[in-house]
Design a protein around this ligand. Sequence first.
Ligand SMILES: [Zn+2]
Length: 302
Amino acid sequence: MKSLISLCLLSFILHLSSCADWCYQTKGDCKGAENWKDINAECGGKRQSPINIVTKTTELDKRLTPFTLNGYQTVFDSTVKKNNYTVEVAINTTATISGGNLEDTYKPLQFHLHWGTNGVQGSEHTIDGEQYPMELHIVHIKQKYNTLQEAFTDPSGLAAFGFFLEESNSNNTNFDSLIDALGSMQNKSGSVSIRNISASQFVLPEVNLSSYYRYNGSLTIPNCGESVIWTVFEKPVPLSKTQLQFFSSLKLDDGTPMVGTFRPVQLRYGRTVYRSSSPAVLASVVLLFVSITTTWSLSHLY
Ligand SMILES: [Zn+2]
């Protein structure tokens, strides 16, 4: 078992596609999401991700200030890798994130994507039961760590950013180079180079980085390590229907469609989900103010 875990972990770290023991939907010898705990007991733990975020039960936490991103806009060359689970891009910069009530400074390692079928219902986290078409994850590790093994010994060793992707009427040109790169390996695993990208181009400027949810969770693939501080941003990134559907057109190595690449939501087991701000409450306050002002104005008119 230990060697199996190590192999999976190594596969994750090195972005290899050799870990053939798990999959999203059970098929042949590979274990689907409901059986990942047989591969690693932590997948059956009580701090697992993703979760459904029930907005009315979230707690406002004023310590959840905006993030400080350093070097996130630095342009770099990298490699797009496609395996039997996901597509991911290594972030080859010295960028860092801090703030947002994170206890330390973290550096980004890679980003990857989760999607559904035919461009719908593919996010991992859900909001009040609503599943978005896709979700982009940026995985960060504490700056002082060099390996994931080190990070997994620390309950806050990793910090993940989750961004929802939603359908819009126009193409998001920030995704063009990624989709072009994937086009050359639509039917197989592999890797191709991608040039002149930045960590921020895929998620900014659309997303307001000050409005987000926070909870303690895990990796959403085996080994399901419970060392991840999750930040799920409220505002989605727009992608056209064609762009969303492109990801569902990718194929696994056995020729079957690469769809449903998300883990279903896990039980919360009493964990609190915090929110950085309260748009609904703020909107109510503004409306109340407008209402009072209008009433006052009318009362003085008549
Ligand atoms: Zn992910």
